[in-house]
Design a protein around this ligand. Structure first.
Ligand SMILES: CC(C)(COP(=O)(O)OP(=O)(O)OC[C@H]1O[C@@H](n2cnc3c(N)ncnc32)[C@H](O)[C@@H]1OP(=O)(O)O)[C@@H](O)C(=O)NCCC(=O)NCCS
Length: 174
């Protein structure tokens, strides 16, 4: 995979989303099991999924980062997305958060933790960041566990507009 490859880990390769990735986007964000704890709308329509895909592509244009599309480089299987986004709660500062959304068949294999490690290495080495933020839905125990495993420290509860809830939020320094 050339050109748009962003990072590579033991099992995963991350690349930028493309406009022609709609079927992959539908497999991911069209599944209500995936969006249950990340979007208050519950099940997204095909149109809403397409908007999400376009938003990721636009985010890379405006901020240089995405929750990039993830594939298993051993067999080419689509795994989901993971990467970085601007952290909007520190206006005036260039801060980012790490996040991951995996298709259901990829859950429970350590892949989100591996993707987050790849995204953090990218943040430290390519973007030269000194800290990265993260947050999760208050009921998302798997995300909480992942952030603990990665060494994130709790900084407070922060309002997260897509779910309309206060999300426990964390920071990790390089
Ligand atoms: C949340 C999500 C990313 C987890 O992905 P994953 O690849 O299964 O995660 P990992 O295997 O890397 O790690 C999950 C950890 O949480 C633990 N875990 C899973 N479910 C749990 C639960 N209900 N309670 C406590 N711990 C739980 C796992 O045992 C594992 O910890 P361990 O390695 O110590 O055993 C995945 O389920 C997903 O994409 N969900 C939909 C989108 C989403 O909610 N994304 C998170 C946004 S913050």
């Amino acid at each position: 995979m050339t050109g748009t490859e962003k990072f590579r880990t033991e099992r995963l390769v991350a690349r930028s989303w493309r406009i022609e990735d709609l079927l992959l986007a539908l497999e991911l964000w069209g599944d209500p099991a995936v969006t249950a704890l990340i979007d208050a709308r519950g099940k997204l329509t095909a149109e809403q999924v397409e908007e999400r895909l376009h938003a990721e592509i636009e985010r890379e244009r405006s901020s240089g980062v995405q929750y990039w599309a993830l594939f298993d480089h051993r067999n080419g299987d689509f795994v989901g997305c993971g990467g970085l986004r601007p952290w909007i709660y520190t206006p005036g500062e260039r801060n980012f958060e790490v996040g991951f959304h995996l298709v259901k068949r990829s859950w429970g294999k350590g892949l989100a933790t591996e993707a987050a490690r790849g995204a953090l290495d990218y943040a430290w080495q390519k973007l030269r960041l000194s800290k990265v933020y993260a947050g999760h839905h208050p009921d998302n125990r798997a995300s909480q566990r992942i952030l603990e495993k990665l060494g994130f420290e709790f900084v407070g509860d922060v309002f997260y507009e897509p779910t309309g809830l206060m999300h426990p939020s964390y920071c990790k320094t390089a």
